[in-house]
Design a protein around this ligand. Structure first.
Ligand code: PGA
Length: 319
C-alpha cells in the first residue's frame, strides 16, 4: 500500500460512500476517466478488485470493504490532527457531526445557534432520526456525538444526562377529562390512543409503563412524527404521550392541554452518548462542555401546559 497515494484513497472513499463513480467525480471536481484510472491503479496495488458491478449498481468487494474501514480510520485521524493543530493555534475549527433522536429536534437546533456563534470555525451537521436508526449509526460509528432519550442497551457506549425530558399526556383542549385530577392509568387506557412508530424511544417508554401496570392501550393509530400526532390530537382522533419538549412552539395556540394522569409525567432525561473507547475530537469535546453549561437556555418552554397540571417548568439535571 506504500505505492498508493492519498488521492487514490480519497477517490476510493468517495465512490464507496456515494455508490457511484460519477457522483464521486463531481464531488472531487475530477473527470470520470481520472477517477476510473485512480481506482484501477489502487486495485492493482491491492492486487484484488475493490468494486464489482451488478446491473447498474456497484458494490464493494470484501477487499473494498476492508479498505473502506481503513480509510475511515485514516481520514478520521487526519481530521483529528487538523483540529488539534487549530486548537494549538488558539482556534476551534473542524466539523461536528451530531445525530439526535426525533424528539430532540425541538431543542438541539436552539442549542446549536449560540454554539455556532461562539465558535464560527466549527461546521455542524445534524442528523435527526428515530431511536432505532440513531442506534444503528452509533453502532457504525458514523457521528461524533448522539443525543438519546435513554442510554443504549447492549451497545458499548459512554453517556451522561444533561437535561430532563418529561413525557406528558396530551389531549385536545375540549377533552372531557380536562380539569380532572389524578386520572387513573386504567381510565387513560380506555381513550383512543395515538402511538409513535415502532423504534421510537417515546413509544418504548409508554409501552413499558402500561406493561408494568398490566394494562393494554387502546391504540387507534400509529404515526411516525410528533407534529403529525399533535395535529391528530387537535383533530379529535385521540390522546397521546409525548415529550413536553414537543410543545416548545405550540404554547400560543392553546389547542392542546396536558392531562393530569397518575404516573405522569414519565420522568426521563436526555443523554449525550458516544461509543466507548472513541477518542472524541476537540470539537466534540468543546460541544460536550458547552452542552453541560448551556441547558438552561432551553429551559424557557412556556409552561402554561405544565401549570394546568400543577407541574414545574423543565429544570436542568443537577451536576
Ligand atoms: P424518539 O426518541 O423521538 O425516537 O421517540 C425520544 C426518546 O427516546 O425520548
Amino acid at each position: 500500500m506504500r505505492h498508493s497515494t492519498f488521492r487514490q484513497l480519497e477517490v476510493f472513499e468517495a465512490i464507496a460512500r456515494l455508490g457511484s463513480f460519477t457522483r464521486a467525480a463531481e464531488e472531487l471536481f475530477l473527470t470520470q476517466p481520472t477517477v476510473s484510472m485512480q481506482i484501477k491503479k489502487l486495485a492493482d496495488t491491492v492486487g484484488l478488485p475493490l468494486f464489482e458491478q451488478i446491473g447498474k449498481r456497484i458494490y464493494l468487494t470484501d477487499a473494498g470493504m476492508a479498505l473502506q474501514s481503513s480509510c475511515h480510520e485514516i481520514f478520521e485521524s487526519l481530521k483529528n490532527f487538523e483540529m488539534l493543530i487549530s486548537d494549538m493555534k488558539g482556534l476551534k475549527k473542524g466539523k461536528l457531526r451530531l445525530a439526535v433522536v426525533t424528539t430532540a429536534k425541538y431543542f438541539a437546533p436552539r442549542l446549536l445557534g449560540p454554539f455556532c456563534k461562539l465558535y464560527p470555525g466549527i461546521n455542524v451537521s445534524l442528523k435527526v432520526s428515530n431511536r432505532e436508526r440513531i442506534l444503528e449509526r452509533l453502532g457504525e460509528n458514523l457521528d461524533d456525538l448522539y443525543v438519546l432519550g435513554q442510554p443504549p442497551e447492549g451497545l458499548n457506549a459512554v453517556y451522561e444526562p444533561f437535561l430532563d425530558n418529561p413525557l406528558v399526556v396530551l389531549a385536545p383542549h375540549n377533552h372531557p377529562l380536562t380539569g380532572h385530577h389524578g386520572i387513573s392509568l386504567k381510565r387513560l387506557a380506555e381513550e383512543p390512543f395515538i402511538m409513535r412508530e415502532p423504534g421510537s424511544g417515546t413509544r418504548i417508554a409508554v409501552e413499558r409503563l402500561f406493561q408494568d401496570h398490566k394494562l393494554a392501550l387502546n391504540v387507534r393509530m400509529e404515526l411516525g412524527s410528533n407534529e403529525a400526532i399533535k395535529q391528530a390530537i387537535v383533530g379529535g382522533l385521540g390522546v397521546s404521550v409525548l415529550s413536553r419538549h414537543t410543545l416548545a412552539l405550540d404554547a400560543a395556540t392553546g389547542q392542546l392541554i396536558t392531562l393530569d394522569v397518575e404516573q405522569f409525567p414519565i420522568e426521563r432525561q436526555w443523554f449525550a452518548v458516544s461509543p466507548a473507547g472513541k477518542q472524541l475530537s476537540i470539537v466534540a469535546q468543546t460541544f460536550l462542555e458547552y452542552l453541560r453549561s448551556a441547558t438552561d437556555q432551553i429551559n424557557d418552554i412556556p409552561c402554561h401546559f405544565a401549570e394546568q397540571a400543577g407541574e414545574c417548568p423543565l429544570t436542568p439535571t443537577p451536576r
